[in-house]
Design a protein around this ligand. Structure first.
Ligand code: ATP
Ligand code: MG
Length: 283
């Protein structure tokens, strides 16, 4: 049987969540920090630990069949790979930022200015689309200090909370792209049975993450009102309790509706509400 290879970031912002996702898929492996390759003992898969910048090309060239990497890195390296699944972590945006005292007021104001970035390809395409002629200064890191050093008028960098911009006297000015971690595969890999199985495992973990298992007790008379508030995976289960006239309702609800729904349930007579995480949802 052939063995697949998946490339993930060796260390950095995506490493922990990538490892956690694969472990939640039931894959058993050692997260060796010192080794570049780790075999999975219960699935025909090997994990390659790489710099994130190298992952798109490894996957494009078929050295790895799969990879987990930020969309920003894929766009920047301009590789031909298949997008298999968005993963919901590593969310950030690539933004142009200017100094707090900058005289630039609108996007056309970037004409003739210099912008420091580690993303020259994405920034170049963005500026071309807006018909802006700016000087892109490609540097390899610590972009946010370049306006303070007089190296550029603006920067284009990844932002999640905006804290780094603020502490360097910068403010966000224009959104270039938003990004999250995605699973990519070599072209055509989506037709592989083993890869399909892995994608299905990942999807069942992601679905479970978005939902909670809720159990609550309610007097039978209040049951119709409660059921209206609970659109479950199918319909909720209703089980009799030892106490006459009471039932337990079991259901699965989306995390995003969670708090609003809980207070409505209480108002409708729900008691003893227990909320539990779900490991996997297999449809
Ligand atoms: P490597 O050593 O693997 O090259 P790196 O320093 O290039 O790592 P990290 O800073 O670990 O990369 O970021 C990895 C990815 O995490 C980014 O490419 C991006 O997709 C995502 N990310 C999420 N939030 C942020 C953020 N605030 N700043 C930078 N990257 C972020
Ligand atoms: Mg990198």
């Amino acid at each position: 049987m052939k063995t697949l290879k998946i490339a993930i970031q060796k260390s950095g912002r995506l490493n922990d969540k990538s490892v956690e996702l694969l472990k939640n898929c039931g894959l058993s492996f050692e997260n060796y920090k010192s080794s570049l390759i780790s075999p999975v003992s219960n699935f025909p898969l090997e994990i390659l630990f790489l710099r994130d910048d190298d992952i798109p090309e490894y996957v494009q060239d078929g050295i790895a069949d799969l990879g987990i990497v930020g969309e920003n890195v894929i766009e920047e390296t301009e590789v031909a790979v298949s997008y298999l699944q968005r993963l919901g972590f590593g969310k950030c945006s690539l933004k142009i930022a200017i100094t707090n005292n900058s005289d630039i007021t609108d996007i056309q104001g970037l004409n003739g200015k210099s912008i420091a970035t580690t993303y020259p390809v994405i920034l170049g395409k963005f500026l071309a689309k807006q018909n802006i002629d700016a000087d892109i200064r490609t540097i390899s890191g610590s972009v946010e200090i370049s306006p303070g050093l007089g190296l550029s008028d603006a920067i284009c960098d990844l932002v999640s909370t905006g804290g780094t911009l603020k502490s360097n006297g910068l403010k966000p000015f224009a959104d270039v792209m938003s990004s999250e971690a995605v699973l990519i595969g070599s072209k055509g890999s989506e037709n592989d049975d083993l890869i399909q199985e892995l994608i299905q495992r990942i999807q069942s973990v992601l679905r479970a993450k978005e939902t909670k298992y809720v159990v609550l007790n309610v007097e039978k008379a209040n049951l119709p009102g409660i059921l209206k508030l609970l659109p479950g995976v199918k319909s909720p289960s209703v089980l009799p309790l030892a106490e006459e006239g009471w039932v337990a309702v079991h259901t699965v609800i989306p995390e995003r509706d969670f708090w609003g729904r809980i207070s409505q349930l209480k108002q409708a007579g729900a008691q003893g509400i227990v909320v539990m995480p779900i490991e996997k949802i297999i449809l």
